[in-house]
Design a protein around this ligand. Structure first.
Ligand code: UDP
Length: 410
């Protein structure tokens, strides 16, 4: 299937939004962007880049996407960074920072950075800026992770690199921190026309569930997430087991493995141990998963859980809300931006809370339906890819005029 063009979104978002984007693009003019991250598959960042890069190109912004290279040693380090920035206690030996910098330097030597705007995603490639201090173009650091309580030792190492950028972008105002550079908030976004989110035939949904041996005899409660401690898959199993004493249901855990995630297998073992031999718990690991199948799992679910303990945003929440599913989410990071408790879903703070949420939603179908409908509208208003296109266009305009608070387009 060919990538959608901007005009394909008209039916979903309406003509005014498309017109607004076209006008903004004409003001931006002939520009180029390079996106840099650390994995081409797995996780929300890769998911979004796959969709936004072709669309920016379609709008006349020449956009490239480069993935930095690393081996197990580097990705072990950057996974520890990721966890520590999300608040995990950790002590770093100086050698770790040296190794991290050596990998960044090696990548820098092998890449070029000629575009007008360089967008560096997350901490893995954050130090690349070090070798570009006398640059002519603009560099921004796009942080997707929950930085509400970063590990102080790591943050004091990374912060001087971040402050060399022209701006930093966070997924929530809650993650912004004292920095000497301008900060912007970009909510992440989903693509309604992607295989992950487009409408599916009911028969296809049935066939996917049958393929993986998941009976449709009782309600299905699902969490779709990398096997990562912050996604709390073990807590999901515990919540399910508590709820199932009162309401009959199945649990479906679906996860894939990002190329830069060495931790997944270990967490999966813990999840399996917690699940035991319960025939109503279905645990799937993909590497990578198929987008239409993930879409089918979401559509087949009576409840979607995202019981995260820390969370940059959770695209999975927007994906499920877009499909009108009632969602129970951990009240952390970017999830409360999507879930307004009791209106577009339920927010929870504990295993017990998640279990009560499952019981409440399965016993009150009208309430569940209403949450799903409201959630769909919220995603339409705030979390679709067209909104993100607008943010990138505005960013290009704002970076051109760093001193101006208001930009007049004429
Ligand atoms: N995902 C997937 N297959 C899986 C698990 C997750 O395709 O087995 C997708 C999920 O649908 C979402 C993205 O990976 O689009 C995860 O993004 P999110 O922001 O929820 O979490 P992250 O992994 O970036 O922390």
């Amino acid at each position: 299937m060919t990538a959608p063009t901007l005009f394909d979104y008209k039916e979903v978002v309406g003509p005014d939004i498309i017109e607004e984007l076209t006008i903004l693009a004409s003001h931006v003019g002939n520009r180029s962007i390079k996106m840099v991250n650390s994995t081409a598959v797995g996780g929300g960042v890769a998911e979004m880049l796959h969709r936004i890069v072709p669309l920016l190109n379609d709008m006349g912004i020449q956009t490239k996407w480069d993935v930095i290279k690393g081996d197990d040693e580097f990705f072990e380090i950057t996974k520890t960074f990721h966890n520590a920035l999300q608040g995990k206690e950790e002590y770093f030996h100086e050698d770790v920072f040296k190794t991290y910098l050596a990998y960044n330097e090696k990548n820098n030597d092998e890449m070029d950075f000629d575009e007008d705007l360089i967008v560096i995603h997350d901490p893995q490639p954050a130090a690349l800026i070090h070798w570009h201090q006398n640059r002519k173009n603009r560099w921004v650091w796009r942080c997707h992770i929950d930085m509400s309580q970063p590990n102080p030792q790591l943050w004091s190492f990374l912060k001087p690199y971040v402050e060399k950028y022209d701006a930093a972008i966070f997924s929530s105002a809650l993650f912004s921190t004292e920095l000497s550079i301008p900060q912007y908030r970009f909510y992440p976004a989903i693509d309604p026309l992607a295989d992950k989110n487009r409408e599916l035939d009911a028969s296809y949904v049935d066939s996917v569930l049958a393929k993986y041996g998941i009976p449709r005899d009782k309600p299905i409660v699902t969490q779709i997430s990398r096997y990562d401690p912050w996604k709390d898959p073990v807590g999901v199993v515990q919540a399910f087991k508590m709820a199932r004493k009162y309401v009959d249901c199945r649990l479906l855990l679906v996860g894939d493995k990002a190329a830069d995630d060495p931790e997944a297998e270990k967490i999966l073992e813990k999840v399996k141990a917690e699940a035991g031999d319960d025939p109503d718990i279905h645990i799937l690991l993909f590497s990578p998963s198929i987008a239409t199948e993930i879409n089918a799992f979401q559509r087949a679910s009576d409840i979607v859980l995202q019981k995260s303990l820390r969370e940059g945003f959770a695209l999975t929440v927007s994906e499920a809300l877009w499909k009108g599913r009632p969602v129970i989410g951990g009240a952390v990071g970017g999830i409360p931006a999507q879930i307004i408790d009791g209106y577009t879903g339920l927010l929870v703070h504990s295993v017990e809370g998640a279990s009560l949420g499952i019981r409440a939603l399965l016993t009150q179908p009208d309430f569940s339906k209403k949450l799903g409908e409201n959630g769909h509208q919220r995603v339409k208003d705030e979390f679709l890819i067209t909104k993100n296109l607008k943010r990138y266009l505005l960013l290009l305009l704002a970076l051109d005029r760093p001193q101006e608070q208001t930009i007049f387009l004429n």
